[in-house]
Ligand binder design. Structure first.
Ligand code: LFR
Length: 471
């Protein structure tokens, strides 16, 4: 048997983080969870911030644990959510606190841009709709609120890039992550000078962007963990998730977690008027390829509704009981409108949902089971509607939907999606983000020649669950 390669994916999500060890033998990939921890932003005087020091400590704990369990650990790679960033001076010290993308500080910036009519031009330049959390809007707000940042700042690293820097000492801007900023030229491989100028961002704050699949150097700063390299993987978690899955036939991909990201991988961006109107984000893959997707609200709705109830499911068995109970309830007559901005970051999600339902003539559910059913049905309907519009914009006929991420383990959501879309849904029920992260590390280590070669190796081992539409 060929010698195993031991590598670890550090995957940070907005609600939880994990360190997943991959053991790659040349004919398959086995996964072990070394560490899992909760994550949340903190509200301080009305603004939202990430606890980056706490996250680094959790990452270090996870890597230490991975090394203790697998002494031959060779490499680690980091992915995170997009858009959020660290502003650094020339010595790489933080010059501004790290805000969380749910902060509403940029709302007036977004409104101003929408009113000015510039959204269309920005879409044409960057392929991204004006979303209030895009790095460009965040930096614009920061520079207006704290003009001295202009002098103090020398470099901007998005969060995966910043953790890579803390772990390896190498500061680079990775491509997939950079593409969430709304600063990349959608037709090229660099930053858009016009977009940088529009948001008032000095070009020297960003470097590259560089493509993933290379080594950044040796991991530093963790006692007892020597000789491990830090590999550059797609820093954006959504990119890792989309790129993990072998593509067969004409699949639409859904990466389902805090958000539902609905899209595909293709050779060219989607920039038509219809694409702009649907709000397709032309994000990029780790190799710079195109990954157009529509960003829809996801399981964050459930995550934020659960605190309104005493009985949060504590383990898999309790989740499964909740799912079974929800399956038995009647289909909700009025669904949640996912485009409603009041659901972005309400103080009380249950009340925000109830208020919307009442506005639309619906009745709020009585218990958690009812909300679970309502949220799954609404997310499924939102994805299914997007699938139809997306197919016409991309001029493709999708014949199945592949779902990965936390939501792929939610059997009710998967079945509702098959029913709503009238298409087969294949769930891989796996940590796809970690798998994509690990695939790129194998590329960096020269263990696979391409991500397609990686797919060919893992394909026979992936367990699928298929949901067919019910009549
Ligand atoms: C998912 C994700 C989405 C992005 C949102 C904010 O974790 O990365 O792709 O729209 O978070 O960055």
């Amino acid at each position: 048997m060929p010698k195993e390669k031991i590598i670890a994916a550090v995957d940070l999500g907005a609600s939880s983080g994990r360190v997943i060890v991959g053991r790659f033998s040349g004919d398959g990939l086995a996964l072990d969870e070394a560490h899992r921890f909760p994550n949340a932003f903190h509200e301080l005087n009305g603004n939202a911030y990430w606890d980056v020091g706490g996250l680094l400590a959790e990452i270090q704990t996870g890597i230490r644990e991975a090394k203790e369990r697998f002494a031959a650990l060779e490499s680690v790679g980091v992915d995170t959510w997009g858009v959020d960033h660290a502003l650094l001076d020339a010595r790489h010290r933080l010059v501004y606190p790290i805000h969380a993308y749910r902060d509403t500080r940029t709302e007036h910036v977004r409104e101003r841009i929408l009113k000015s009519g510039d959204a269309e031009r920005l879409y044409d330049l960057t392929g991204l709709p004006v979303i209030n959390y895009n790095t460009g809007l965040q930096l614009m707000e920061t520079l207006e609120a704290a003009p001295t940042v202009h002098e103090a700042c020398d470099r901007v690293l998005l969060l995966s890039d910043y953790f890579n820097f803390l772990l390896s000492g190498e500061a680079v801007n990775e491509f997939s992550q950079a593409s969430t900023s709304q600063l990349i030229d959608v037709r090229g491989t660099g930053y858009s000078p016009e977009a940088l100028e529009y948001f008032g961002v000095p070009a020297k704050w960003f470097d590259g962007p560089v493509t993933a699949g290379r080594s950044l150097g040796t991991l530093r700063g963790i006692d007892g963990v020597d000789g491990v390299s830090v590999s550059l993987v797609p820093g954006h978690d959504t990119s890792c998730a989309f790129e993990a899955i072998p593509r067969e036939g004409n699949s639409l991909i859904v990466s389902s977690g805090t958000w539902n990201l609905v899209g595909t991988i293709c050779d060219a961006p989607l920039l038509s008027k219809e694409a702009r109107e649907l709000g397709i984000s032309n994000e990029r893959c780790g190799d710079g390829g195109y990954r157009p997707c529509k960003i829809l609200l996801g399981l964050w709705l459930l995550e934020r509704t659960i605190p309104a109830f005493q009985n949060r499911p504590a383990n898999d068995a309790e989740w499964s009981a909740l799912t079974k109970a929800a399956e038995k309830t009647a289909p909700p007559p009025t669904l949640i409108d996912l485009s409603d901005e009041t659901l972005f970051n309400p103080a009380d999600m249950r009340s925000a949902i109830d208020a919307q339902l009442k506005r639309n003539g619906g009745t709020p559910p009585a218990d958690l089971t009812g909300y679970f059913r309502l949220i799954c049905a609404s997310l499924a309907r939102g994805i299914a509607d997007t699938a139809t519009t997306f197919a016409s914009i991309a001029d493709r006929e999708f014949d199945n939907i592949v779902i990965v991420g936390g939501g792929s383990k939610n059997t009710l959501l998967c079945q509702e999606l098959a029913d709503a879309a009238g298409m087969d849904v294949t769930s891989y029920a796996l940590e796809a983000t970690s798998v994509g992260n690990l695939g790129y590390q194998l590329l960096a280590l020269g263990e696979v020649g391409s991500i397609t070669a990686f797919h060919d190796i893992i394909r026979p081992h992936l367990k699928q669950q298929r949901y067919t539409p019910r009549a």
